[in-house]
Design a protein around this ligand. Structure first.
Ligand code: HEC
Length: 158
C-alpha cells in the first residue's frame, strides 16, 4: 500500500512538474510553439484554401484531390486546439494577446470550425461547384471568426 501511495505521489508531483514546465517555457520553446502553429495553419490552408478554394474560384479543376483536400482539412481541424500554449504569442507571431491564457475560448472557436465542417467531405464529393462554394464559405466564416478576433493583420501582399 505504501508503495502505491508513494508511486501515486511521485506521479502527481511529476504531473505538477510538467505543468509548471509547460507554463514557464523557455523563449526557445515559445518560439517553437509559434512555428508549430504557423506550420499547422499553413498546412490546413494548403488543403482548404488551395485544395478546395482554388476549385471554387475555377483556378484548379475538380478531381479526387479536392475530396482528399476536404478529408485532410477535417482531419487537421481538431489538432488546432493544441496550437495555442501559454507563451506562444511571441512578438514575431501574428497572434494577438489574450487567447493563449483562455483555453476555453480556443476550444470554443475550434469546435465552431469543426461543426461548420461536418458535411465538408460529403458536399465536396458531390462535385457540384455551387455546393462546394457554399460549404467553403461556411467553413471559412468559422476560420475567420478566430482570425478576425485574434490574428494580427499581415502587411498587404505585393
Ligand atoms: C483559434 C483561432 C484560429 C482558428 C480557429 C483558425 N486559425 Fe488560422 N490562424 C490563427 C492565428 C493566430 C494565425 C497566425 C499564426 C501566428 O502567427 O501565430 C493563423 C494563421 C493562419 C494561416 C497562415 C497565415 C495566413 O493568414 O495565410 C492560414 C493559412 C490559416 N490560419 C488558415 C486557417 C484555416 C483554413 C482555418 C479554418 C479551417 C483556421 N486558420 C482557423 C488562428 C486561428
Amino acid at each position: 500500500m505504501r508503495h502505491v501511495v508513494s508511486a501515486l505521489a511521485a506521479a502527481a508531483s511529476l504531473a505538477c512538474l510538467s505543468a509548471a514546465v509547460a507554463i514557464a517555457a523557455t523563449p526557445k520553446e515559445n518560439h517553437a510553439a509559434y512555428v508549430r502553429r504557423d506550420n499547422a495553419m499553413k498546412e490546413i490552408g494548403r488543403s482548404f484554401y488551395v485544395g478546395i478554394g482554388w476549385v471554387t474560384q475555377g483556378k484548379a479543376p475538380y478531381s479526387q484531390d479536392t475530396v482528399a483536400a476536404a478529408e485532410n482539412t477535417v482531419r487537421l481541424i481538431p489538432n488546432m486546439v493544441a496550437l495555442f500554449p501559454i507563451g506562444s504569442d511571441v512578438p514575431e507571431s501574428h497572434l494577438k494577446p489574450g487567447l493563449t491564457t483562455d483555453p476555453s475560448k480556443v476550444k470554443e472557436l475550434v469546435e465552431k470550425v469543426q461543426k461548420s465542417a461536418v458535411s465538408l467531405v460529403d458536399e465536396v464529393k458531390t462535385g457540384d461547384k455551387d455546393k462546394i462554394a457554399a460549404i467553403f464559405k461556411t467553413v471559412d466564416d468559422a476560420c475567420q471568426e478566430c482570425h478576425n478576433a485574434y490574428r494580427k493583420p499581415y502587411p498587404p501582399q505585393q
